[in-house]
Design a binder for this molecule. Structure first.
Ligand SMILES: Nc1ncnc2c1ncn2[C@@H]1O[C@H](COP(=O)(O)OP(=O)(O)OP(=O)(O)O)[C@@H](O)[C@H]1O
Ligand SMILES: CC(=O)N[C@H]1[C@@H]2OC[C@@H](O2)[C@@H](O)[C@@H]1O[C@H](C)C(=O)O
Length: 427
């Protein structure tokens, strides 16, 4: 059957929509097409501010909503250092973007959800147009939604998006809310990619294999066989999240990534700052994330730009953070004390930063032996950009068939677990 997956990841740069044909197993799994919708700068800023508001309210949506306008202003002041007229102008511009009357109507999180859901509908329509398919030919849409706050030890994972509204707008059944059931039964609620990475590896006879997704956060799948129990998966640490925050901050929000490694290329790694990043940048439930064994998962808000990074030039700070991404991915595998994989496949937008890619290949070859192979997903015939969207298309079909999507060694869930909530279109 045809299934469309929609992913709007932690870097909040846009939506990936992917069409696959599958029965939810590696036996029938075919990537067909992909469409990326980039957010306007205003909407990307609104999403970041919403994330900030929800974090300030510790995941309590009602409280976050009550103080949303204030949080928006605080976010712009604290994170982008905007003040005075520039601050007011930016706030008015964000209200205007959502067509809300600045003077009379306080902005609500629901306004952002509504716009986000509609953007996802636009992404699906663009994909349908590109493929020449009609809505009636699509059996289901797997809709991840926009992750905002993920603290599974408190059983909270807030992912915004209105599944029913999306189903109605597109007249296609939608499945969303993939992570709740896993968290309710003892899991981290992430990562879910392992079952899809394994399906690709089985189909293309690539086992054993490591697949690393690098987005805002980085996660790894180690695949040692064809059984569910042959999978290990966890979030390793930052993908591009820290370097994105650095750039956003130092450019007062005018840029939000180190495009093509522009800054990092001109910088050098400061080893003492790299050490400080391991010691201080990520704490989960008051514990240093890097000392925790898997299963484990991260929230974007867990990533902290430490003062030692702030003291560096932009070029050196970017380079050191880019090295940290690569180094922490590799060290997290070495810490498992199992024979490291020989074949590595790299997926996700993060590898489009050539400095991260170079740090990864150099460090992998120096930590492990020189015989390992490292390829981008595109090089092995998979799609680096579409992979996570394809994952949710695949999970939606597995959810329809009541097949498990998460496992004890990937999320820590007590037993293999299904998930997702089904929304048939309503008039
Ligand atoms: N040309 C480029 N140069 C540098 N970095 C890039 C480039 N293209 C993409 N990126 C990085 O990739 C990130 C987006 O990757 P991706 O879309 O895979 O992340 P995501 O899906 O939002 O995050 P996650 O996987 O954590 O949910 C951007 O935030 C940016 O840092
Ligand atoms: C809570 C959440 O949305 N987590 C994301 C995030 O982005 C990367 C990493 O952290 C991964 O654990 C997960 O997404 C992918 C799609 C996953 O579930 O595999």
């Amino acid at each position: 059957m045809y299934s469309i997956g929609l992913m709007s990841g932690t870097s909040m740069d846009g939506i990936d929509a992917a069409l696959i044909e599958t029965d939810g197993t590696p036996m029938m799994l075919q990537s067909i097409a992909h469409f990326s919708l980039s957010y306007d700068a205003s909407f990307a800023l609104l999403l970041k501010a919403t994330e900030y508001a929800i974090k300030q309210a510790k995941g309590n949506l009602r409280n976050a909503n009550a103080s949303y306008h204030e949080s928006l202003s605080q976010y712009l002041q604290n994170t982008l250092c905007l003040t005075g007229t520039k601050l007011t102008q930016t706030i008015i511009q964000l209200y205007d973007y959502l067509k809300i009357a600045y003077k009379t109507t306080p902005i609500q999180i629901e306004d952002v959800v509504k716009h986000s859901t509609h953007q996802h509908a636009l992404a699906v329509n663009a994909l349908l147009e590109k493929t020449g398919l009609s809505a009636t030919q699509i059996r289901v849409i797997g809709y991840h939604g926009q992750a905002m706050f993920h603290q599974p030890h408190e059983k909270i994972s807030i992912i915004l998006g209105n599944g029913q509204s999306l189903a109605n707008q597109l007249t296609i059944p939608v499945i969303n809310d993939f992570r709740s059931q896993d968290i309710a039964t003892g899991g981290q609620g992430a990562p879910f990619a392992p079952i899809y990475h394994q399906a690709l590896a089985i189909r293309d006879k690539k086992i054993p294999l490591a697949v690393v997704n690098c987005g805002g956060i980085a996660n790894i799948t180690l695949i040692n066989g064809e059984q569910n129990s042959d999978l290990i998966g966890f979030d390793t640490g930052p993908g591009n999240g820290l370097v994105d925050s650095l750039i956003r901050q130092r450019t007062a929000g005018t840029a939000f990534m180190d495009k093509d490694g522009h800054y990092g290329k001109k910088g050098v790694v400061h080893p003492e700052v790299l050490q400080a990043l391991y010691a201080k940048s990520i704490f989960k439930n008051n514990q240093n994330y890097f000392s925790l064994p898997p299963p484990k998962s991260l929230d974007y808000g867990d990533l902290r730009l430490i003062p030692e990074v702030q003291a560096l030039s932009l070029e050196d700070a970017a380079r050191t953070l880019e090295a940290f991404t690569a180094d922490s991915i590799i060290k997290s595998v070495l810490a498992l004390n199992i024979p490291p994989p020989r074949h590595w496949v790299l997926a996700g937008g993060g590898w489009q930063n050539p400095v991260i890619l170079e740090e990864m290949t150099t460090r992998l070859k120096s930590y492990l032996d020189k015989k390992i192979t490292i390829n981008t997903a595109d090089e092995v015939g998979w799609s680096s950009t579409a992979m996570e969207a394809e994952l949710f298309a695949y999970l939606a079909v597995r959810s329809l068939h009541k097949l498990p999507i998460s496992f004890p060694n990937t999320t820590g869930v007590r037993a293999p677990s299904c998930g997702g909530t089904y929304f048939p279109p309503q008039q």
